[in-house]
Design a protein. Sequence first.
Length: 311
Amino acid sequence: MELGLVHQLFGAARSAAGERLYEVRTCAPAGPGLIRTDADFPVGAQHGPEALAWADTVLIPASHEEDESLTPGGLPAPLARALDAAAAPESLTRLASICTGAFVLAAAGLLDGRRATTHWLSTDLFARTFPSVTVDPDVLYVDEGRILTSAGEAAGVDLCLHMIREDHGAAVAADVARRTVVPPHREGGQAQYIQRPVPVGVSTSTSETRAWAEERLATPLTLSELAARASMSVRTFSRRFREETGLTPMQWLTRRRVDRARELLESTDHTVDRVATEAGFGTAASLRQHFVARVGVSPGAYRSTFRGGRG
């Protein structure tokens, strides 16, 4: 699944003219050939680790039988050399992992001093094996710039869509999501999938309130209003919200408003002031502040990149 979803999602990304936006190739540390899997079929890789030298992005899927036995510096020499070269300061290559593929990046020393995630069943082992990595067990993925990690298998979908969105904008990512029949944004982190007791007959989810808020991003929304909508106290609502999403209600609301602003900047000719109003920021200054903090560029620069050439 981890290997296939990379080809499916990046392979489905198209420009406005219908051209493929990515070329996806599969390589194996030991060189071209058949690779054994835990299914009843092998995978044929046509490239060896030398392919990493020309890749713009390197994605490492999980190899469950081997990943969790890795220790710092324990990678096969050809793979270690290829990853070191890809991660060199002069290289612009982006590296990412899906599920326990994070063990590979950590064993190469590429996650030292960084925040990362992996499958929630493996986070304790990961933290013990690589104490120099800050492990976040609750999120679906972590973006540390050039190096990204994701949680369990399906979180690889979220990570790939995030990367496509960062490369080519929200509209392209949404189109890929539609083609693949998955949501362009999945709410919450993997914390919601960790088994925990739930009181019988009591609904404690904040999902309905999140859906309600999504329809009202342009209006001022307070924490008290959100809690009242969910029929919870502010304290209970805030605690449950963080358990389900990994964010505070206000952090989540700001992210959704930034996402809405991105969509408007790509799909309309609205002024920045109007985008700020419709996205719920009120003023252009507030939009710019939150947009730069979240996206890394100003609204104007974002529009120039993702709308300027579309005509």
